[in-house]
Design a binder for this molecule. Structure first.
Ligand code: ADP
Ligand code: RBF
Ligand code: MG
Length: 291
């Protein structure tokens, strides 16, 4: 069977909980054999779960509660003391029917309205705050930023909807999302930061949004870096190189344009400060930005 890529943040979450001695069960609607063969591709994962249960080990699959009731029983826990993390609607229903708390991480973007029975709906596993559920907090956030494996993308600056500068006073040098379709599915939408290179001009700090801009409800995903520098002219068509080094927050909706703009300025300050930290600053000299 092919290796299935793990979701962004999955490995980090599992290792964190394992490290802190939090008992975990893996409960899936696929067969036990199928789970075993999939998990074998991820080194160290199997050992993290004290219980693994497949659809073939209970009478009824999700959305019935059976699988989570059985998982709780084997963990020796009351379901009310368990937290289920689910990506599917039937899975959320099964967790609630079993009496657990449920966090939904929808596998299909823009479908959050289908998951309303969950206790919380988050955009990606990067957004889990374990302390909100009585679990030990992550310790890898640095000054309100989460370091990620650096991600390199580049291409000519394209035209967007033309509202960055005009409506928000925040110009963003858009890259074509189509050229990065496969990378974009691997990376959750959200607000990130890093370094931007314009080979004929220089290297600049940048803070960016990747996603559907919920405030404007775009139909297409956009990649929009705001270069933290005052330019005297536009640079449409010029080659732009980005090294994305950290994550700040999921994209959000806002009740007013002013609150969206204020939040983006807050993001700018977070990025500006973080990029001076050695662990992020070291990418500034990467030849990818200037070649
Ligand atoms: P669009 O919707 O076409 O992207 P914007 O209003 O977002 O329009 O304007 C972006 C353009 O402004 C960029 O393509 C770039 O040429 C220019 N620009 C000027 N200053 C900046 C900056 N600091 N960061 C990003 N783009 C800038
Ligand atoms: N748009 C949203 O709808 N929600 C957001 O949370 C959001 N965050 C952003 C953060 C940054 C750092 C930047 C540069 C843009 C963000 N935007 C967000 C996108 C903004 O709506 C977009 O740049 C404009 O629509 C111009 O295309
Ligand atoms: Mg733009």
């Amino acid at each position: 069977m092919d290796k299935i890529k793990s979701l962004p943040g999955a490995s980090r979450l599992i290792r964190h909980l394992k490290c802190h001695g939090v008992p975990m069960a893996l409960a899936s609607n696929s067969s036990r054999a199928n789970i075993e063969s999939k998990i074998a591709h991820h080194k160290g994962w199997k050992e993290c779960f004290s219980v693994i249960i497949g659809r073939d080990e209970v009478a009824k699959g999700k959305p019935a509660p059976d699988i989570f009731l059985e998982a709780a029983k084997r963990l020796n826990k009351d379901p009310a003391d368990c937290l289920v993390i689910e990506d599917s609607v039937p899975g959320v229903m099964a967790g609630k029917a079993a009496g657990t708390k449920v966090i939904a991480v929808p596998s299909v973007p823009k479908q959050t309205h289908l998951y309303t029975s969950a206790d919380e709906v988050i955009n990606s596993l990067l957004d889990i705050r374990p302390e909100e559920w009585g679990l030990p907090p992550f310790q890898d956030w640095i000054e309100n930023t989460l370091p990620i494996d650096p991600w390199h993308i580049g291409g000519p600056v394209i035209k967007g909807f033309g509202r960055g500068s005009k409506v928000l006073g925040i110009p963003t040098a858009n890259l074509s999302a189509k050229d990065y379709a496969s990378e974009l599915v691997e990376h959750p939408s959200g607000v990130y930061f890093g370094w931007a290179g314009l080979p004929t001009r220089g290297v600049y700090k940048m803070v960016m949004s990747i996603g559907w801009n919920p405030f404007f409800d775009n139909k297409e995903k956009t990649i929009e870096p705001w270069l933290l520098h005052d330019f005297t002219e536009d640079f449409y068509g010029e080659e732009l190189r980005l090294i994305i080094v950290g994550y700040i927050r999921p994209e959000a909706n806002f009740t007013s344009l002013e609150s969206l703009v204020a939040k983006i300025h807050e993001d700018r300050e977070v990025a500006e400060r973080a990029l001076d930290l050695p662990s992020y600053a070291k990418f500034k000299g990467d030849p990818y930005l200037t070649k």
